[in-house]
Write a protein that binds this ligand. Structure first.
Ligand code: NAD
Length: 359
């Protein structure tokens, strides 16, 4: 008998526990319905972990994460901990877990539900049917390059550095994602100014020989930012470095309406993954049963797809979300005048009921 599939849930702070409890219920449901043999445990991270143990990423959490194939994280942070030193701040827990397990590939889909077209800031014809995936390199580039620092208060520097190995491994994730989608990959760099951009372009072009069925294009990052708001549907998969990916994925996120809707996955070379909604801990609505849990629910769908290769389960979750939105039920962040506004728990119950009713 194969061992159970271990999943660690880290609820964190603010609305984190509210959305994580729905993710947990959903995982229990899919476990039973599809006989997945999941083993689910919970751990501490962020501000709550600091309160209880003095460390935003306690060793016990790391130990549990080590033996888990997938980690779900709610959100960390809040005003209560803003004055702490950087090594104690809740965000240290998140950055720590990303680097500890070398989650170098950040996958951020920007899919606009047809039910939410009017919530986008762009015109309907520009965004309707939007479905793009940004693959961002997460553990290298200028956020980590050495040397770095502020020199005697007179100047400051950071270093943008990428090795061939780092570019190749993120490139492979992107080419493979494009193979499973519409077969188009756009690599974004700044090759007209930066040597690292020229190198990035060369390595990705060389790698493309292994994926002849994927149509590769290159784009400069300034143009890519413009094209994302001008004609976003021209993109299928976009691959880019850490800094450019940070900015472009937020632009793409806004095309879809609400931050509460967006899932993400961060993967390492094996299929181990960290799955989290894109939003933060939203202290302004925490504890009020107002948070949109759909970003978390869709993160569970990504977990099924990328760690457990359960495409059927992923699609079932995504189509259940779509049906609930089609029924007109919305949390306050995505509600329009004609919708009935429901809370976090009820939205969770609606999606779970839809899942249960599927054959
Ligand atoms: P935020 O994403 O928490 O909130 C921004 C706005 O979006 C708020 O008005 C909030 O109410 C709303 N919002 C967020 N998620 C929502 C949801 N699921 N449903 C409905 N509305 C939602 O960003 P912020 O206010 O800049 O940051 C708050 C805290 O979260 C800070 O401490 C920050 O450091 C932390 N943060 C954590 C993460 C993470 O854990 N991955 C990411 C970003 C920010």
């Amino acid at each position: 008998m194969s061992p159970p599939k271990r999943i660690l849930i880290l609820p964190g702070d603010g609305i984190g526990p509210e959305v994580s409890s729905i993710a947990r219920e959903l995982l229990s449901l899919v476990d039973q319905k599809y006989s997945l043999d999941l083993e689910i445990s919970e751990g501490l991270i962020g501000g709550i972990a600091y309160e209880e143990t003095g460390d935003p990423l306690p060793q016990e959490t790391l130990d549990k994460a080590k033996i888990s194939e997938a980690i779900f994280l709610g959100a960390v942070g809040g005003p209560k901990w803003d004055q702490l030193s950087p090594d104690k701040r809740p965000e240290k827990g998140l950055l720590g877990i990303r680097s500890e397990f070398d989650f170098f590939a950040n996958l951020r889909p920007a899919i606009l539900s047809k039910e939410l077209v009017s919530a986008s800031t762009l015109k309907e014809e520009k965004v309707s049917g939007l479905d793009l995936l940004i693959v961002r390199e997460l553990t290298g580039g200028i956020y980590f390059g050495e040397p770095r620092g502020i020199i005697e208060g007179s100047e400051a520097l950071n270093t943008m550095r990428y090795s061939k190995t780092e570019i190749e491994r993120i490139g492979r994730v992107a080419f493979e994602a494009a193979q499973k989608r519409d077969g188009k990959l756009c690599s974004v760099d700044k090759a007209n100014v930066l040597e690292v951009g020229v190198f990035w372009r060369d390595v990705i072009s060389e790698l493309s020989k292994e994926y002849p069925e994927v149509e590769l294009t290159h784009m400069l990052v300034d143009n890519a930012a413009m094209q994302l708001v001008r004609e976003p549907k021209q993109f299928d998969v976009v691959v880019t470095g850490n800094l450019f990916g940070d900015i472009l994925s937020d632009i793409a996120a806004m095309l879809t309406g609400s931050i509460g809707m967006l899932p993400s996955a961060s993967l390492n070379g094996s299929s181990k993954g960290l799955y989290e909604p894109v939003h933060g801990s939203a202290p302004d609505i925490a504890g009020k049963d107002m948070a949109n849990p759909l970003g978390s629910i869709l993160s569970v769908a990504m977990m099924m797809r990328y760690t457990f290769h359960e495409e059927e389960v992923a699609i079932a979750i995504e189509s259940s979300v779509e049906s609930v939105l089609a029924s007109g039920k919305r949390t306050q962040d995505i509600a329009m005048e004609t919708n009935s506004v429901i809370g976090t728990k009820e939205m969770g119950r609606e999606v779970l009921a839809k899942m249960e009713s599927l054959k």
